[in-house]
Design a protein around this ligand. Structure first.
Ligand code: GLN
Length: 309
């Protein structure tokens, strides 16, 4: 396993020059596109780490899975899915075109508009961000996870598209709170600082249907885990979700900070970090590590054979 992971990293490194760090959030432009880190944790508790696995980066859109979890816990199934759909868009993650042309409701919780809607479902509690942070810390097994204040401020300043979506949804009565307050929470959720091991811990809990296999601790209800993993399959890689499903076949969620978190049913949680992004906003290095591991470890959810597409 150790060797396969390191081989996957070497394979991925040959592609890093094809990607670019995100610049639309100025603070993310400081990322180093050569950094590559990975962590893989099996359900029997083996941990494999490689490269820059300790490097912290902002969770960005990977937070959308945790926002959905919290929304389902706080507001329940009926309310959440009265505000957001479950269909892939085929559009960029920050597109707002469907809010006008299809239905007023965002198509799914894994794109920005959908996550802003689910963030608003988290706001019925007294301290929404505090509870979100606690939930993230529990799932990632690290109670020092914190907000990256510089990224948060940078997002807030540059977040005009997200604000536009929020105002449209406030106008359509999808948000039950003030658009500015909802995007403030959304930006905070995206700005948590994590490393590859944190996200691999979380992915492991998803792989094991809500129970940490090492402690036996029941962290999430299995109906919620099922919803989250399904949406990771269909929408987790933005408008590359179909391609990733075909080539890699691991339920995954990516973020523009360079992380991709993947969960292999009953087998392992894994997370890879590399800030070089492809044109759709997915990390080039993380995508390639997962592609390699899927191929050589036979991780595709339909892996009858191990052939690389
Ligand atoms: N915070 C980012 C944004 O709103 C998240 C996007 C992403 O990771 N794809 O644009």
């Amino acid at each position: 396993m150790e060797r396969t992971l390191n081989d996957a990293m070497d394979y991925a490194r040959t592609f890093l020059h094809t990607g670019k760090v995100a610049t639309y959030i100025p603070e993310l432009a400081k990322g180093d596109s050569e950094q590559l880190g990975a962590c893989l944790i099996t359900t029997d508790g083996e941990v494999y780490r490689s490269g820059d696995w300790q490097q912290e980066f902002t969770i960005q859109s990977i937070s959308k899975t945790i926002t959905l979890i919290m929304a389902l816990q706080v507001a329940g199934y009926e309310k959440v899915f009265s505000k957001v759909g479950v269909e892939p868009t085929g559009d960029a993650f920050n597109s707002l075109v469907r809010l006008e042309t299809k239905t007023a409701h965002p198509l799914n919780p894994m794109i920005n508009a959908g996550a802003i809607a689910t963030a608003s479902c988290c706001m019925d509690v007294k301290d929404p961000f505090g509870e979100f942070l606690e939930l993230t810390r529990r799932l990632c097994r690290r109670d020092t996870i914190h907000l990256n204040e510089a990224v948060f401020q940078s997002e807030k300043k540059a977040g005009m598209r997200n604000r536009s979506m929020a105002y449209l949804m406030e106008d359509d009565n999808i948000l039950e709170y003030d658009a500015e307050d909802v995007v403030d929470l959304y930006f905070r959720m995206c700005s948590l600082s994590v490393n590859a091991e944190d996200l691999a811990n979380y992915a492991l809990v998803l792989a094991h249907n809500g129970v940490d296999p090492r402690s036996g601790e029941h962290l999430l209800d299995d109906w919620i885990v099922r919803i989250v993993k399904t949406l990771m399959v269909t929408c987790g890689m933005y408008d590359a979700s179909g391609e990733f499903a075909m080539k890699v076949g691991i339920p995954a969620k990516s973020g523009v900070g360079g992380g991709i978190m993947g969960t292999v049913e009953r087998k392992m949680g894994l997370a890879v970090f590399n800030p070089a992004l492809d044109p759709k906003g997915n990390s080039v290095g993380a995508y390639r590590v997962m592609e390699y591991l899927s191929h050589y470890l036979g991780l595709h959810y339909f892996s009858g054979s191990n052939s690389m597409i």
